[in-house]
Write a protein that binds this ligand. Sequence first.
Ligand SMILES: [Zn+2]
Length: 245
Amino acid sequence: MENVQEKLAALAEMQKIHAEIDRIRRVRGGLPEEVADLEDELTGLQTRVNRLQEEINELNAEVKSRKEKIKENDAAIKKYKEQQNEIKNNREYEALEKEIEYSELDTLNHKKKIKIVEEKVKLVQISKEEVSAKLAERNKDLEDKKAELDVIVQETEEEEKKLLKQAGSAEKKVEERILTAYHKIRSNMRNGLAVVKTDRSACGGCFAIIPPQRLAEIRQKKRIIVCENCGRILVDSSFFGIEPA
Ligand SMILES: [Zn+2]
């Protein structure tokens, strides 16, 4: 406890472990997002498949309705022809002839439209099959991603437990007051780094130039020095396994 150099080493060790824990948590945190993105994509694809099916249903209903109109025309034509046989009057005969002609034209028109609609159904069917295939593919991706997530969660949880235990041992070498400061600085820093090494003559956290006097003190490892600019604890780069430049 009384040896500052040991405290500094413990702080650096703690920081290395916490940085690794942060990294693991980031990896684990990113996967559920990927799963959620895939789920959103799947929902979108399913909606498209449903819409295309609805379009097919509507087009088929139109074909059915036009075929019924043709049947009605056939029945009417048959009726007009029967009436023609019973009529002696020329004018009435010709009026019925006009009705027959009109019904035949109407049937012809329905037949043309049916052909167009049936072609359209084929095209929509192809689109639907394409989207369905993509949906099946993405479903498979989702299953894979979920399995991957399960493995990573399990692996990283085990690793995290181990690291937290290691961090706990390092914490015991640092006094309460400094430990509290460490955690406070860590929570204030976006990158979660409370202890940084000197980077040549600059702070490894904010890259502010360190005055030569403080730099010398850091090298002496006899005091806990804090960066005047960002407030992080500054330690000699040798604590991070790198000899000073
Ligand atoms: Zn700094």
